[in-house]
Write a protein that binds this ligand. Structure first.
Ligand SMILES: [Zn+2]
Ligand SMILES: [Zn+2]
Length: 555
């Protein structure tokens, strides 16, 4: 990635051409169930654009639309698993009603189903460095500006229909619901049964407005669920625009300058283009700069074995720092697919640390891409105060080893070792409160990761003592090698790489294959002939204890 091709620069310059102030950036989400980590892609993109534009002296507003007025379409698989049959059956009765009218399945913690899942997501914004004004669409539809948009749509129905026809081929491919039945872009929540878009024999049939009387400002509709029909005043009826038109109305009301969207909506002639045309032709507003982005998915076996599992932002925070998610999103071009595998968290954190160390001059960049990420991407990932303060962190990989030695070393010693390493690795003799907090947090995250996502080869436990059978199984060369490894550890301060090389040298001097030496060390430590990478494991252990263990094994 070079700076000329950095997507933020491309989008920023397009936004600036609009000469609009304040610049309004928006994103949105339908709270149809637990909101997973992939939804952060769009938010982090917008947050980074906001920072970049502010640094250019622009006034910027960020909006987050919660589509709480959308109808409930189904019960997500993970909620079906989580809740009892009674609760699921109760929820099923609400399919077709607006999400803001569905009760919170968790009880009284929120006013609705929509609010529960939206707030669960929004409550993590600050930790991920995202700041946005939250707008619930069911509230927005109560406002006069939105009613005015609905009126405008009804008055210009011919224009709307013509545009829709133009896009129909594309629309039909993407959304069957929009082409069935008597079409009108305005739907009504039935005052008798509360349905907005009931599912009849498996098919969604929205309660569309059939007629509009300009004079009395009343709309006529028929409920597809209970059959109720009536003329109702537009001013008091609970009406909703179908989503492409709804999108356009929001852009118009808030004068949105830029909104990213998933690539499926952004294809030429797709939903985004249709909404843009509606925005121009019906509301007379140019509409936002379109920024398409690719999928953010989960790979790996762990995610596939549990059907319906989602990886939420809270789950991310349990195992990885929030700035690492920003780094993952911002260092990937929006048109490239991100596949997140929880198993890879240590690699992700490591590559973030490397770039951070380059930023602070602790490491030399090994490639142009690394240099670019350190100079341009890193500052968009961390809070601003962090840019003026060199951190001292415990590498995630080391933390993964240390936390598994907790039983042997004790918690205090684990923390001491982590702090000691951070001091040396970051050349910072005095750690401050923030560093210690960060180190503790990483140890906590690493232990969660080991428990939940670590592959078997990364898990280990130290056996309390060396079994006699293992002592007897060691060859004379292996015994000699253990003795020499113990001597090296007792007398020399070696880095991971140096220690690794030394073990190879011991093996070759003794005329045996290196794996034989590794095997011997694993056997006397773990009671099995294999384990995680050896050098970091040895360095994570208590030196005196380790030397004694190696010598005991050959005594
Ligand atoms: Zn709740
Ligand atoms: Zn009804």
């Amino acid at each position: 990635m070079s700076s000329e091709g950095f997507w933020i620069d491309r989008v920023t310059s397009e936004i600036r051409k609009r000469k609009q102030e304040p610049i309004v950036l928006s994103t949105g989400k339908t709270p149809s169930g637990p909101i997973h980590i992939g939804s952060y892609r769009e938010l982090i993109m917008v947050s980074a654009l906001e920072r970049r534009l502010r640094s250019l002296g622009k006034e910027v507003k960020v909006l987050f639309f919660v589509d709480s007025f959308d109808p409930m379409k189904s019960i997500p698989a993970n909620l079906r698993e989580e809740f009892s049959r009674d609760v699921v059956e109760e929820l099923e009765r609400y399919i077709g009603k607006p999400l803001c009218d569905v009760p919170d399945p968790y009880g009284k913690c929120h006013s609705s189903y929509a609010e529960h899942f939206a707030e669960e997501f929004i409550s993590t914004f600050a930790e991920f460095g995202v700041y946005a004004e939250v707008i619930y669409s069911h509230r927005l539809y109560e406002r006069s500006e939105m009613k005015e948009c609905v009126r405008l749509v009804l008055k210009k129905l011919d224009v709307v229909k013509k545009i829709r026809e133009k896009y129909l081929a594309e629309v039909a491919k993407l959304d069957k619901e929009i082409v069935v039945g008597e079409w009108s872009p305005v739907m009504v929540v039935c005052p008798r049964c509360g349905m907005l878009a009931p599912k009849i024999a498996g098919e969604v049939k929205p309660n569309r407005v059939i007629d509009y009387d300009l004079e009395s400002d009343k709309v006529y509709f028929r409920c597809n669920s209970c059959g109720y029909s009536d003329w109702v005043p537009l001013s008091s009826a609970r009406v909703k625009l179908s989503w492409r038109i709804d999108w356009a109305a929001k852009w118009f009301i808030f004068k949105v300058t830029c909104e990213p969207a998933g690539k499926d909506h952004c294809v030429r002639g797709g939903a985004y283009d249709m909404a843009l045309e509606i925005c121009r032709e019906v509301f007379g507003y140019e509409g936002p700069v379109k920024v398409p982005y690719e999928w953010f998915t989960f790979g790996g076996k762990a995610m596939k074995t549990h059907k319906g599992i989602t990886f939420t932002p809270r789950e991310w925070l349990e195992v990885a720092p929030p700035e690492v998610l920003r780094f993952l999103v911002l260092s990937t071009d929006p048109m490239r697919h991100i596949d997140f595998v929880p198993e890879k968290v240590p690699n992700l954190v490591d590559s973030f640390d490397t770039v951070e160390r380059i930023y602070f001059g602790l490491e030399k960049p090994r490639s142009e891409a690394d240099e670019f990420k350190a100079r341009v991407v890193y500052p968009l990932c961390v809070p601003e105060w962090r840019l003026r303060r060199k951190p001292a962190r415990v590498p995630y990989r080391l933390a993964v080893y240390l936390v598994q030695l907790g039983d042997l070393l004790g918690e205090d010693k684990v923390l001491m070792k982590a702090m000691d390493f951070a001091r040396r690795y970051y050349d910072k003799p005095e750690l401050d409160e923030e560093d210690v907090k960060d180190i503790k947090r990483r140890l906590y995250m690493a232990s969660n990761w080991v428990r939940k996502y670590a592959p078997d080869r990364m898990r280990f436990s130290i056996c309390p003592e060396v079994p006699e059978s293992i002592k007897k199984s060691l060859s004379p060369e292996q015994r000699q090698a253990l003795k020499e490894v113990a001597n090296v550890l007792e007398t020399e301060e070696l880095s991971e790489v140096e220690l690794q090389n030394r073990i190879f040298k011991i093996a070759s001097d003794l005329g045996i294959e290196a794996p034989k030496v590794f095997q011997a060390v694993y056997l006397v430590l773990l009671g099995k002939p294999f384990g995680p990478r050896l050098a970091p494991l040895l360095l994570a252990l208590d030196r005196e204890w380790l030397v004694k263990r190696l010598r005991d094994a050959i005594a």
